[in-house]
Design a protein. Sequence first.
Length: 136
Amino acid sequence: MEHLTNIEHLGIAVKSLEEGNALYTKILGIPPYKQEAIEAEGVRTSFFKVGSTKIELLEATHAESPIAKFIEKRGEGLHHVAYAVDNIKAEMARLSLEGFRLLNAEPKEGADHKWVCFLHPKDTGGTLIELCQDRG
């Protein structure tokens, strides 16, 4: 049984989505294919497609947003690695039994029409890991 099927996307924190979009459009040679706001998380996102992997740029919409706090503490850059899963609830239960702390007890709605759950970076070698499942 496969658990984490592939890297779904890389999340990159940026101070300005417009500047980040311009930079990544130059780097990748393509514009973002999608932008959306996730008000519950205080974030605006844009997505680029590179082969089968996506790059998600994340901009805080207010000072208390997790992205604003991340940038304040660490600066712009890699925020998280997201892995695709077929059954997010089963993966959450499995990883919890393995001793990983989940940052949300139930899957929550994320960007790009996904159910998401994050693992605490103190349990994952300092990298914030996101589990993603299509909402169908």
